[in-house]
Design a binder for this molecule. Structure first.
Ligand code: COS
Length: 384
């Protein structure tokens, strides 16, 4: 159920203050040290940020999609690495359990995920299966009272901190497509699971992605998510529909931050005896940034409200993720241009955002995958 207006306003203002007063000053440190300080993570726990989407009965805030994207926009005002700390518990790591978990699975995991005591990661991508997620090769073969899991998952966000994985693995090797895939909720401490070293990345230092290797892991049968085997791919797609909207909200937030920085800079930086903002070529860039960010915000909010009203929003989520992630890329590019030399220099932080936002066009489905999804939905008569 939606929060009442007063509670919602309070929550947004609390998150806004935390982001702007506590997190923004730490942006450079987090990037340099490639780590979010543990006291900040503890404060995120206290604020309830790990449990934004988890039902109230399990200790979360159970936000509606509309409320979630509003918070995502607030979190977007700072380095995306901060959002990543809670991102998998809020989104792709927990939602499989929320959607398809059995009561015992929910009772055990959701309170721990809501409080942030345990971090969850989403294990779908593999070395040979990125965009073509249905072709994944990790197997979970039933042997008596357990499954035997073998395979490697790649670029798994927060894997090095995770206490639990939502794992997609092939339970029916004779079925090479989506129908052969099942989803599991797997404790990360099972014997045979090992985590690779965090990858060196282009941006978002402080957020980590690693391989997760399953080597003859004996996984209890009760780890299966859903009523039966074979439903894992569809569950992953439903989880991603939600995750894509969340990411679109974050993109809007980052764009708003960059626009703010550009406007402030344009008001004070002087060239040819005038403030930058007096030049129409600068105004043109500012106006384009504003127009696109506003369009993305309207799209994200509309898609989120539709999801709250009618459930499935596959096409709207893909439109929002596609447009918002491309939009923030263009805004970041213009921000570097408006800042000129300073935009390219680390001290100003603009080049860091430029690198940080690049991944938004890739993870949780590339722009090209969103285009495929959008066109498929249109041709199947499921238009917006
Ligand atoms: N919600 C519910 N069910 C869905 C769905 C959705 N959003 N999308 C697909 N399905 C269902 C389909 O209806 C189909 O069911 P039936 O077999 O009963 O008809 C099944 O899932 C297989 O779907 P489809 O045939 O479309 O699968 P494809 O292999 O063609 O792949 C894409 C579809 C490309 C869209 C999918 O693989 C994808 O999203 N890839 C990107 C993965 C991704 O985002 N990776 C990022 C890593 S996670 S951070």
């Amino acid at each position: 159920m939606a929060l009442d207006l007063e509670t919602r306003t309070q929550l947004i203002e609390t998150v806004r203050r935390f982001v702007r007063e506590r997190l923004v000053p730490l942006e450079r440190q987090v990037s340099d040290e490639d780590a979010v300080p543990t006291d900040v993570v503890a404060e995120m726990r206290e604020l309830g940020l790990f449990g934004l989407t988890i039902p109230v009965s399990y200790g979360g805030l159970e936000l509606t999609m509309e409320e979630e994207v509003m918070i995502a926009q607030e979190l977007g005002w700072t380095s995306p690495a901060f959002r990543s700390v809670v991102g998998t518990n809020v989104g792709i790591g927990s939602q499989g359990i929320v959607m398809d978990g059995r009561p015992e699975q929910k009772d055990y995991w959701l309170p721990k995920l809501a409080s942030g005591e345990v971090v969850a990661s989403f294990c779908l991508t593999e070395p040979e299966a990125g965009s073509d997620a249905a072709s994944l090769r990790t197997t979970a073969i039933r042997h008596g009272d357990h499954y035997l899991v073998n395979g490697t998952k790649r670029y798994i966000t927060n894997a090095n901190k995770a206490g639990v994985f939502t794992l997609m693995a092939r339970t029916d090797p004779s079925n090479k497509g989506a129908g052969g895939v099942s989803a599991f909720v797997v404790p990360s401490n099972l014997a045979g699971i090992s985590i690779g070293k965090p990858e060196k990345k282009m941006g978002q230092q402080g957020a980590h992605i690693c391989d997760v290797v399953f080597d003859n892991v004996k996984m209890p049968l009760e780890c299966l998510l859903g009523e039966r085997e074979g439903l894992g791919f569809k569950l992953a797609m439903r989880v991603l529909d939600r995750g894509r909207l969340h990411i679109a909200g974050v993109c809007v937030g980052v764009a708003e931050r960059l626009i703010h920085e550009c406007v402030e800079y344009a008001k004070t930086r002087r060239q040819f005896g005038k403030n930058l903002g007096e030049f129409q070529m600068i105004q043109s860039m500012l106006a384009d940034c504003r127009t696109e960010a506003y369009a993305a915000k309207c799209m994200v909010m509309d898609a989120a409200r539709k999801r709250d009203e009618k459930g499935a929003v596959t096409i709207e989520a893909s439109c929002a993720k596609y447009f918002a992630s491309e939009m923030v890329g263009r805004v970041a590019d213009k921000a570097v241009q408006i800042f000129g030399g300073a935009g390219y220099v680390a001290d100003y932080g603009i080049e860091r955002f430029y690198r940080d936002v690049r991944i938004f066009r890739i993870y949780e489905g590339t722009s090209q995958i969103q285009q495929v999804v959008i066109a498929r939905e249109m041709l199947a008569g499921r238009d917006v």
